[in-house]
Ligand binder design. Structure first.
Ligand SMILES: NC(=O)c1ccc[n+]([C@@H]2O[C@H](COP(=O)([O-])OP(=O)(O)OC[C@H]3O[C@@H](n4cnc5c(N)ncnc54)[C@H](O)[C@@H]3O)[C@@H](O)[C@H]2O)c1
Length: 375
């Protein structure tokens, strides 16, 4: 067993999620590489010191280059806003570090391409992008069932990801509603997750789309200027998609859908059945096959259990349920295993770029009203 030095940059929702995953990885998975929490970074010095103590890091800093230059650090988590991902990722790879970067990769295709170019140059280092909804053991089981032919030939993918983060019309204006500062809206923030699932679960990439946007709340009150400011990116984003393997599907996301807290749900249609999943019930898979007596046909609920690895790393009994953070630990385990065995990760930066290209095609199509190739 060897130690691997860890640096985490950013300490909010995702910085904490990554740090908990590092703390539990050894206990849950064993494995040859044991994370050693070396240094945590936040631009706010008080937060950096508080998080260092709370999360058990040896050192803290306000400058991300201290993390990158730290000789004890071998693996870096990027958990800061999207606009800073590229500069950190490129510097970290050049310094010989493995990188676990949160999604989306960046705010524009060129930056994401630069990240892939760096990963190609420094190919000894592993990369993974935080598309955690593809890391749930029962989602892996769904893909296995599909590959084994449980629903026959795959004929379509249909997915939704709705959240209510901005559903209140009285919610104030923020940088998230500004195309220049945040890029696209629901497309960048949540569509990317849905595309990651579509690619993972079908085993095929989207290659052509027609997209459309809706800005439901056209202006919002800006507390900084005490004026109404125009919202210029999408509250709702919809796409019809064609996949490389010939299937078609639809994808719809919204950030203004009251009541949907993490409303990611998808279904894969097949010639001999269907599989459905709902992230708000993340330990359940719904499977329909028409093989039963028609009087008994219906979707059956499969509860996650130790026969859906790596559920068994956490619990010996079925139905006791994994949570979001456990899934984040599964994501980390995939990365640690790849580092230890010189194996592959999914989604690597190269896989992540394919996802970003779909979002870019949806954006182009929504702007000009035509089908767009994913290029
Ligand atoms: N995988 C998921 O399910 C998921 C969920 C939420 C967010 N995210 C992604 O994770 C990333 C972070 O999101 P969040 O919600 O934790 O963000 P946040 O904006 O709430 O927090 C960002 C943190 O980074 C710090 N920070 C900002 N700029 C910095 C810099 N230059 N140097 C050091 N520290 C800096 C801030 O002080 C703050 O602690 C984003 O890319 C976001 O899209 C992923």
């Amino acid at each position: 067993m060897k130690e691997i030095g860890i640096g985490v940059i950013g300490t909010a929702f995702m910085g904490k999620a990554h740090s908990i995953a590092y703390a539990v990885a050894g206990t849950a998975f064993g494995g040859n590489l044991r994370p050693s929490l070396e240094i945590v970074c936040d631009q706010n010095p008080d937060i950096a010191e508080t998080k260092r103590k709370e999360m058990g890091f040896a050192r803290c800093t306000t400058h991300y280059m201290d993390v990158i230059n730290d000789p004890k650090v071998k693996l870096i988590s990027i958990c800061v806003p999207n606009s800073v991902h590229k500069e950190i990722a490129v510097a970290a790879l050049a310094a010989g570090k493995h990188v676990w970067c949160e999604k989306p990769m960046s705010t524009n295709l060129q930056d994401s391409q630069d990240m892939v170019d760096s990963a190609n140059i420094y190919h000894q280092q592993k990369t993974i992008v935080g598309y955690n909804y593809t890391q749930n053991p029962i989602v892996h089981a769904a893909r296995d069932l599909i590959e084994e032919g449980a629903i026959g030939d795959v004929t379509g993918f249909f997915g939704v990801y709705d959240v209510d983060n901005e559903a209140d019309p009285e919610r104030p204006y923020s940088w998230r509603m500004n195309r220049q500062q945040s890029g696209t809206g629901a497309n960048a923030d949540v569509m990317c997750h849905l595309v990651s699932v579509a690619h993972y679960i079908t085993g095929s990439d989207i290659n052509r789309v027609v997209g459309d946007y809706d800005i439901v709340y056209k202006d919002r009150h800006d507390p900084k200027t005490n004026t109404r400011k125009a919202v210029d990116n999408d509250d709702v984003c919809m796409a019809i998609a064609q996949f490389e393997n010939g299937i078609k599907g639809t994808l719809r996301v919204s950030r203004v859908a009251w009541g949907r807290k993490c409303g990611l749900s998808w279904e894969v249609h097949g010639s001999q059945g269907m599989i459905r999943f709902d992230q708000e019930r993340l330990n359940e898979l719904q499977l329909f096959t028409p093989s039963d007596d028609p009087r008994q046909q219906g979707f059956r609920t499969i509860l996650s259990g130790p026969y859906h690895p790596p559920y068994d790393a956490f619990l010996p009994n079925a139905g006791h349920s994994l949570g979001y953070i456990d899934v984040k630990a599964c994501e980390l385990n995939q990365l640690l295993t790849a580092i230890d065995t010189d194996g592959k990760t999914w989604p690597s930066f190269a896989d992540g770029l394919k996802i970003e290209k779909v979002m870019d095609a949806i954006d182009r199509s929504a702007m000009n009203g035509h089908w767009a190739d994913v290029v």
